[in-house]
Design a protein around this ligand. Structure first.
Ligand code: NAD
Ligand code: MG
Length: 381
């Protein structure tokens, strides 16, 4: 019996990589449910190709819903994410939605006892404790797709969690690794979208240029691996070959190595703790990979990173404020409303105004998220 999969955000970069992985593993996995935001034609095409029996179009019109042919259920509106994530024939939910919109589906899937293969790191940043509680109470599990966290999980699997002592996550450094602070402030949208090693959606590509992405990943690691912030470090590694260093209590360090491709972490998230053969993964050649270099992160110049890690350390709803303000600032930058150098200013403004309410439940987190968006939006003017 093959394993049923829901792909939330199937029209994006991670969604497309997931569909390629599943296509190569057809005897193991079958696509049951798919969702997209607004790309109706693409969603229908992927639905036809995979034989999915549930299609959810978040921003779809009611007319689209009615034209269902009977064998495939169609739904519209934000609820379709939760419906797909809790579908009775779904065993694994690949959450490849970008941003805060992915939170409730992750929680619902975990409460329903599903595995969540999580690309949507914003889920853990916004509500890490509540998400872990949902997994505990519902019996679901989270396996990260993010390459750094997948690397750590691969090194940890089969070992006692308390043997883990420290992580060093790697960062490519993005397109502006060697730029001066003055030049950085004026970087254009085109320059920021030209990532040197990874092909990704626009939001995470900008996050990689500001290094906000690495702050989101530090917070993600804190919740996934139960580590204090002092035990999570970051080093710049421009070649993106070593994805993370996993240090154990005896001082040993294990690393996972591979060319920058999300298909391997996606496959591992579907099969963990097992491994299956996959002819589609490019075999590693150490000589061709060339020199591997490491440098410290420039915290003073990449302020979004420092702000994000500080928000993580502050805990409660502060990371949710960081996440929401960052989403608003990135959107404003992509729409040429603010300069690259202002992204950190907008985030800082929302964080300064925040009171630090506790994250008692998902509704509270979502209310804080809305407040932070309004505050950040005002700071963009
Ligand atoms: P993307 O922009 O390419 O795709 C986003 C997907 O989410 C699309 O299918 C879109 O239709 C859907 N979507 C957008 N807004 C939505 C909304 N409001 N409600 C429901 N669905 C919505 O993004 P991506 O690069 O695939 O990234 C997806 C997630 O994976 C992000 O959280 C990102 O940080 C994470 N991630 C991506 C990569 C990568 O290589 N692309 C690597 C690691 C982690
Ligand atoms: Mg990553």
């Amino acid at each position: 019996m093959s394993v049923g999969i829901a792909v939330l955000g199937c029209t994006g970069s991670i969604g497309a990589s997931t569909l390629r992985v599943i296509e190569r593993q057809r005897e193991r996995f079958r696509v049951v449910a798919l969702t997209a935001f607004g790309s109706r034609d693409k969603l229908e095409q992927v639905g036809d190709e995979t034989g999915a029996t549930y299609l959810g179009l978040v921003n779809g019109e009611v007319g689209w819903r009615r034209s269902s042919n009977g064998t495939c259920r169609r739904a519209t509106g934000t609820e379709c994410l939760i419906e797909a994530a809790t579908h009775s024939e779904v065993d694994i939910v690949v959450n490849a939605v970008v941003g805060a919109a992915g939170l409730q589906a992750t929680v619902a899937a975990l409460e329903a006892g599903k595995r969540v293969a999580l690309a949507n790191k914003e889920t853990l940043v916004m509500a890490g404790d509540l998400v872990r509680e949902a997994a505990r109470s519902g019996g679901g599990d989270i396996v990260p797709i993010d390459s750094e966290h997948s690397a750590v999980m691969q090194c940890l699997t089969g070992r006692a969690p308390e043997d883990l002592a420290r992580l060093i996550l790697t960062a490519s450094g993005g397109p502006f690794r060697e730029w001066s602070a003055e030049k950085l402030a004026e970087a254009t949208v085109e320059e920021a979208l030209a990532h040197p090693t990874w092909q990704m959606g626009p939001k995470i590509t900008i996050d990689s240029a500001t290094l906000a992405n690495k702050a989101l990943e530090v917070i993600e690691a804190h919740y996934l691996f139960n580590l204090e912030y002092d035990a999570i470090e970051v080093v710049v590694h421009p070649q993106s070959i070593i994805h993370a260093f996993t240090e154990f209590v005896d001082g040993s360090i294990l690393v996972q190595v591979g060319y920058p491709s999300m298909e391997l972490p996606i496959l591992y998230a579907l099969t963990h703790p097992e491994r299956v053969p996959d002819a589609g993964v490019k075999r590693f050649d150490p000589v061709a990979a060339g020199d591997l270099t490491f440098e410290p992160i420039r915290r003073d110049d990449f302020r979004a990173f420092a702000l994000g890690v500080a928000a993580g350390r502050a805990g409660a709803t502060t990371p949710a404020v960081f996440n929401a303000a960052n989403e608003v600032a990135v959107h404003a930058f992509l729409n040429h409303r603010i300069r690259f150098g202002n992204i950190a200013d907008v985030i800082d403004c929302a964080l300064q105004a925040h009171r630090g309410d506790p994250a008692v439940d998902i509704e509270t987190v979502l209310a804080v998220d809305r407040w932070a968006r309004d505050t950040a939006e005002a700071a963009c003017c």
